[in-house]
Write a protein that binds this ligand. Sequence first.
Ligand code: ZN
Ligand code: ZN
Length: 133
Amino acid sequence: MLSNCSACGKVFMKISKPVCPDCVRKELETVKRIRDYLKPKEKRTAPLAQISRDLDIPIRYIEYLIREKYFDLTRYPSLQYKCKNCDTLITLGEYCRSCSEKLRNNLLAAKEKAEKNEKDNDGSGSHFYKSRL
Ligand SMILES: [Zn+2]
Ligand SMILES: [Zn+2]
């Protein structure tokens, strides 16, 4: 399937990742640089900001690589990224525990509301379309 690379926008044949082979290669090179950087014991717990500064890699990009599961986080405990919704540091998924809980509740509430609206609108749906014509 042809798709646009989510990193550089180039059209490529999508297999499993949303980025093109060139960008995957770039990702792997960057991952290798970060792994090498974290190899010495004293660097293993270096915070993201320091890695970013020393290697000249944007923090967002490092966070993205962590999210893509390029790193064994039990070996690199400092590789955490921010929850999409708040400033809590996480190592898994997109949201911290409390935000994903909140989101799930919101989703449930929205679903219930939608179902209720559907019931309330029974029979009046045609009216909606007529008024738009
Ligand atoms: Zn690309
Ligand atoms: Zn959160």
